[in-house]
Design a protein around this ligand. Structure first.
Ligand SMILES: Nc1ncnc2c1ncn2[C@@H]1O[C@H](COP(=O)(O)OP(=O)(O)OP(=O)(O)O)[C@@H](O)[C@H]1O
Length: 266
């Protein structure tokens, strides 16, 4: 239709080979701006590979297309500011040995230069300083600004990573298993903060194998299994016991508590 905005994400017939195996097999999916989406699937389904496809760390085999806001070709730096990625590998990169003694404020401010940390040739202007501080405050971790990322707890580090992604005011935030390692209370508070991010206008794409983490704001569910799309649609249709049981190869019972879903397996 003339004048209609292209989808935020439009993947068509994309296949990916890793280690000689087809780990994504002709997948097609679409996410409109504002259409918060969960990608749900068991271990090894291809979820992280799909994220790598979106972030341009991997490319589809010939014939596949990965369109982002109507464009297939992007400068990686531009893409990083439009789509924030929070994943265990980003955390490891910032907190691991290669991150050295990187403090939380620098980790967030370095996003302006698409770099891991700040170096002497990076100069932060007042606007950047303000925005980095605001992002930390928004995620409730401004008090940790001087702490080394490597010393933060999982929950604190996760918030710093999201602050780093938010400095650019991205159109979308992709979160790979964001609640991994969080205790139940921390997880609930963290999910509430993610709801705020969603309500403020950033499209969330949540990659998970936990039904309980699917935020009320998420309307579209994409089921991934053995590198193929096993289903895509709204929550009531996708989070149904038969579908979930088949997805995880184990009988499922699904409960709904308000706008949240819970699944018991086995
Ligand atoms: N670098 C690699 N070389 C070879 N095979 C790989 C590589 N990375 C992933 N794979 C394989 O690709 C398949 C999909 O892996 P992927 O990490 O994308 O799944 P996932 O859904 O994210 O799994 P999990 O929930 O366990 O993190 C798996 O069979 C995995 O063994």
């Amino acid at each position: 239709m003339i004048g209609e905005r292209p989808p935020l994400l439009d993947i068509r017939d994309a296949s990916v080979l890793r280690g000689g195996q087809l780990v994504l097999d002709h997948i097609s999916l679409s996410v409109r701006e504002g259409q918060h989406t969960a990608i749900l699937g068991p271990n090894g389904a291809g979820k992280s590979t799909l994220m790598a496809l979106i972030s341009r760390d991997l490319y589809p085999l010939h014939g596949g297309q990965v369109g982002i806001m109507g464009q297939e070709r992007w400068r990686i730096r531009d893409l990083r500011s439009l789509i924030g990625i929070v994943s265990p590998s980003v955390h490891l990169d910032l907190a691991g040995e290669s991150g050295g003694r990187l403090d939380a404020f620098s980790a967030v401010a370095a996003a302006f230069f698409s770099s891991r940390g700040l170096s002497p040739n990076h100069s932060l202007d007042d606007d950047m300083l303000r925005r980095a501080g605001e992002a930390l405050t928004r995620m409730g971790v401004n008090h940790l600004a001087a702490r080394e990322v490597a010393t933060l707890s999982s929950g604190e580090a996760r918030r710093v990573l999201i602050a780093r992604a938010l400095v650019h005011n991205p159109r979308a935030l992709i979160l790979d298993e964001p609640c991994q390692g969080l205790d139940p209370g921390t997880r609930r508070r963290f999910l509430e903060d993610l709801r705020e991010v969603a309500r403020a206008g950033t499209t969330l794409i949540l990659v998970t194998h936990h039904v309980e983490e699917i935020l009320p704001e998420i309307a579209q569910i994409i089921l991934l299994k053995h590198g193929k799309i096993a289903g895509a649609g709204d929550k009531d249709a996708m989070l149904e016991r038969g579908r979930l049981g088949a997805l995880f190869d184990t009988p499922a019972k699904v409960r709904r508590n308000g706008d949240w879903y819970h699944a018991d397996f086995g």
